[in-house]
Design a protein around this ligand. Structure first.
Ligand code: GAP
Length: 512
């Protein structure tokens, strides 16, 4: 099965089992907007809790806030979003479809990368056990040629984007001979800039001064509350402010399921430090954030850093943590050293002094900032795409199982009486009543036990508890574990501690 087919199956699975639905489904959906269903919301809440606790519980000097989506319009002028939060767009005159010029080039690069991987696969087959991948990658002439091509395109693209040179960007698309995937032609318009902020109008003001923006990032809500939090919380530098919330972007190319949406959620933390100490903290957060990802258990090989060579004018270090999504490595989280740019700009635009008096240095300054910014929906996508497994069992049957980390799984335990007989359901209901205060549980008595196990596998439930006729006599139940499918008899009173040990968020947090 190709990656593409697997991805399609995953999308269908998430709908069938209540993880994700297209928004406005009965009206044929709304492009790039999605709803999270009964399983999806649980999974999302667990991811949020993991991030929130990792920030605010593991770090005494990080506190969380929840700022409003609507903010004073001047904020977006100060932040640079009104003037520069643009994507370069290009239309194909034949298909009338609109694309992001940089995405067309990135897709082109991905095709060349795929050629490199194909060459490596060929080498593996040809040389068998004697294959030295590192050496092969460093010496094979086809790979070298393709790598050079990629480097050249990347350099030219970065130069054009940084210099806002839209003519050069179009020329690069023509030079790469990129065709429209729909019309197959190279009949492109010029590249133009398109602002990504959604705007709306305040009810009591009819002119331009009443324009409000839906925030395109949560970060600005933190910057403009810097003084409030620092003073009310008596925070001492270094300290951080964390926030989880919705963000909105009028993405031109919104695709790849929940990877790029028009309404999405971010989990952002701004860490305020002394000027001059920012690069030390940048390194610390670069490492800490990767540990957070690795604890989830999706495999080190599925993550990589992408250090930015060309930096935004206000940043002095930046890296992305990329994840190996079903469509290749793409940005999952950004970690940026943003200097004093944001607080400085808000000081300038608001006319309020935004400074911190450092008692140890006996001086005041605008703190420098390290930002960690991760998409909640992209984390969700990383999790479901790595967790989704189609397995062939020893008895020839197949199962689809979502191998979530137990601490993040939407449902922790399913309680299943073997039959609907009252003596069994009474015991099962009693177990359910005891577990439900601490764990998200499901109770199911319909269908064969095998079918019920399959349904729980499909939503990733780590444990199933089966109550049978022996349970009435000996007070023991069968505890079935999702991944190994092993079954053991355990006393009813042991269920709670066994489950607790496995699904506790502590299992994740202690690895960071
Ligand atoms: N405050 C910095 C900031 O917003 P960003 O790289 O634009 O930086 C941060 O966004 C993260 O938000 C990304 O790494 C990604 O995970 C997520 N993100 C950005 N745009 C998104 C979109 N349209 N749909 C889903 N997630 C998105």
């Amino acid at each position: 099965m190709t990656q593409e087919e697997l991805f399609k199956n995953l999308i269908a699975h998430t709908k069938e089992y209540g993880f994700i639905f297209p928004s406005s489904d009965i009206y044929d959906g709304l492009s790039a907007v999605y709803d999270y269903g009964q399983m999806g919301s649980e999974l999302k809440n667990n991811i949020k809790k993991y991030w929130w606790d990792a920030m605010t519980k593991l770090n005494e000097n990080i506190v969380g806030i929840d700022s409003a989506i609507f903010m004073h319009p001047k904020i977006w002028k100060a932040s640079g979003h009104v003037d520069a939060f643009n994507d370069p767009l290009i239309d194909n005159k034949d298909s009338k479809k609109r694309y992001r010029a940089d995405v067309l080039l990135e897709d082109h690069i991905a095709k060349i990368e795929a050629k490199i991987e194909k060459e490596v696969e060929k080498g593996k087959k040809k040389f068998g056990d004697a294959f030295n991948e590192e050496q092969f990658r460093a010496t094979n002439p086809n790979i070298q040629r393709n790598k050079e091509k990629i480097d050249q395109i990347k350099t030219k693209m970065a130069d054009a984007l940084n210099n806002n040179d839209l003519v050069a960007l179009k020329q690069l698309i023509l030079d790469c001979e990129i065709v429209d995937p729909i019309s197959g032609t190279r009949n492109w318009t010029d590249v133009r800039q398109f602002n990504l902020m959604f705007s709306t109008q305040l009810g009591n003001i009819s002119d331009e001064s009443g324009i409000l923006y839906l925030r395109p990032e949560t970060a600005q809500g933190i910057f403009v509350n810097f003084l409030n939090v620092q003073k009310s919380g008596r925070m001492k530098i270094p300290f951080g402010i964390a926030q989880i919330g919705k963000a909105f972007r009028n993405e031109i190319v919104a695709r790849q399921f929940i990877f790029r949406m028009r309404e999405f959620e971010q989990m952002e933390m701004q860490f305020f430090v002394r000027p001059g100490e920012e690069l030390k903290w940048f390194e610390k957060w670069r490492e800490t954030r990767l540990k957070w990802h690795l604890a989830i258990g999706l495999g080190r090989e599925n993550y990589r850093y992408h250090d930015h060579e060309k930096l935004a004018h206000y940043a002095n270090a930046a890296t992305d943590i990329e994840f190996n999504f079903p469509f290749g490595f793409k940005e999952l989280e950004g970690i940026h050293s943003r200097t004093d740019f944001d607080l400085g700009r808000h000081q300038e635009f608001s006319g309020k002094k935004i400074q911190y008096f450092d008692p140890e240095q006996n001086t005041s300054y605008i703190p420098y900032v390290i930002e960690t910014s991760i998409g909640l929906d992209r984390t969700f996508l990383a999790l479901i795409s790595a967790a989704y497994k189609q397995e062939k069992l020893e008895n020839g049957e197949e199962r689809v199982v979502m191998k979530f980390h137990p601490a993040l799984a939407p449902v922790k335990v399913a309680v299943l009486p073997l039959t609907k007989k009252e003596e069994l359901t009474a015991v099962a209901q009693k177990i359910m009543q005891e577990l439900k205060f601490d764990f998200n549980c499901q109770y199911e008595e319909k269908d064969t036990i095998g079918k019920r196990y399959r349904r729980q596998d499909a939503i990733g439930t780590p444990y199933c508890v089966t109550v049978d006729f022996d349970s009435i006599q000996d007070g023991m139940v069968t505890l079935r574990e999702r991944d190994s499918m092993s079954q053991e008899r355990v006393p009813i009173e042991k269920i709670h501690p066994i489950v607790e040990n496995k699904v506790s968020m502590k299992r994740l947090l202690e690895q960071i």
